[in-house]
Design a binder for this molecule. Sequence first.
Ligand SMILES: Cc1cc2nc3c(=O)[nH]c(=O)nc-3n(C[C@H](O)[C@H](O)[C@H](O)COP(=O)(O)OP(=O)(O)OC[C@H]3O[C@@H](n4cnc5c(N)ncnc54)[C@H](O)[C@@H]3O)c2cc1C
Length: 385
Amino acid sequence: MAYPLSHPEIRDAVTRLCQDFPGRYWQDCDAAQSYPEDFVKALTAGGYLAALIPEEHGGLGLPLSAGAAILEEIHRSGGNAAACHAQMYTMGTVLRHGSDAQKAKYLPGIASGDLRLQAFGVTEPVSGTDTTALRTTARKDGDRYIVNGQKIWISRAAHSDLLLLLARTTPRDQVAKRTDGLSVFLVDMREIPDDQLTIRPIRTMMNHATTELFFTDMEIPASSLVGEEGKGFRYILGGMNAERVLISAECIGDAKWFIETATGYACEREVFQRPIGQNQGVQFPIARAYAQMRAAELMVTRAAEMFEAGDTPGEEANLAKLLSADASWAAAEACLQTHGGFGFAAEYDVERKFREARLYQVAPISTNMVLSFVAEHVLGMPRSY
Ligand SMILES: Cc1cc2nc3c(=O)[nH]c(=O)nc-3n(C[C@H](O)[C@H](O)[C@H](O)COP(=O)(O)OP(=O)(O)OC[C@H]3O[C@@H](n4cnc5c(N)ncnc54)[C@H](O)[C@@H]3O)c2cc1C
């Protein structure tokens, strides 16, 4: 696809790295439901997971668009960055609101790859999308907090040293606004005894290393608190635009992979003595997905530009997520259909990528929640929840 893209050198380098991890590698991880450890190690060694960490803390100090380029190319190459992408966006909360001591203690290790900050603990089984109703509590007790509760869908917790945790520090009925009284903690899981923190894997339709967490009187030092007590919800929201842009880039990468793969197969597969791609019924869904992808890509680029200029691209980042997730899903559907029966065979990678691409309609934010944001905050309609 010959149009100029940001950070061409980074894209080339990531594409080369991904060539060492072909479809067969991802198929094997998928079949065994194993964590793609070698891929994550290679990405870390290349410095890519430290792309957004400032140079003063040992990272590359690159802008958001560079992080987006890295994630997009991983997905465009047929891989999946879900094994490690959280480090790019969770780390922003530590950077913006963490103390100098927290940054000095953790960021150089994260940048070098000695430490992993891959787990982000927000979602709970009862509260679900209604984050401010979460029930996990952190009670101050001298120089410690005592954490009790449960989280669900906390990805990569079993492969991370650190967990960015959102918990309630003041009961909901004692705060003026339901968004108050929540706090963020940077939990060093290496220091927690097994009887205080249980990590239970959840088997899912794709290989995602996601887990349930159970906190039983889990003691963490008071110095784990990030920023001010009670302001955690705002801190997490403040990182959402960057997260949306990065996740959108993955969707764009997926869409490109599906479109390239579908196009290649449509030109090569002959039925009725001619390539199937000669039939407009095969061409049009692929061409439509391409149009959707290009439009979504413009919105991702716009959101990243605004973020880098210091603006708050709430509308653009949400639209980018909506449009890119829809584009990748349209491309997935077109690619699977183009492959006919072979689309269902694991060795073609289409069915794996198809399962992986479906997630973006639900997580990290569901399509309905993006539409609610647009309806309420962009179009000015009444709040629905
Ligand atoms: C594989 C995977 C990995 C994940 N990783 C993480 C992670 O690392 N950390 C983390 O904290 N979370 C993670 N999540 C959680 C994810 O963010 C949530 O699943 C998602 O936000 C939806 O929440 P829920 O599953 O509780 O759905 P629910 O809140 O139960 O909602 C169910 C459905 O109803 C819709 N709905 C709910 N309320 C409304 C409303 N008011 N208006 C319209 N529609 C509504 C939702 O859009 C959704 O489609 C992950 C989830 C998955 C599946």
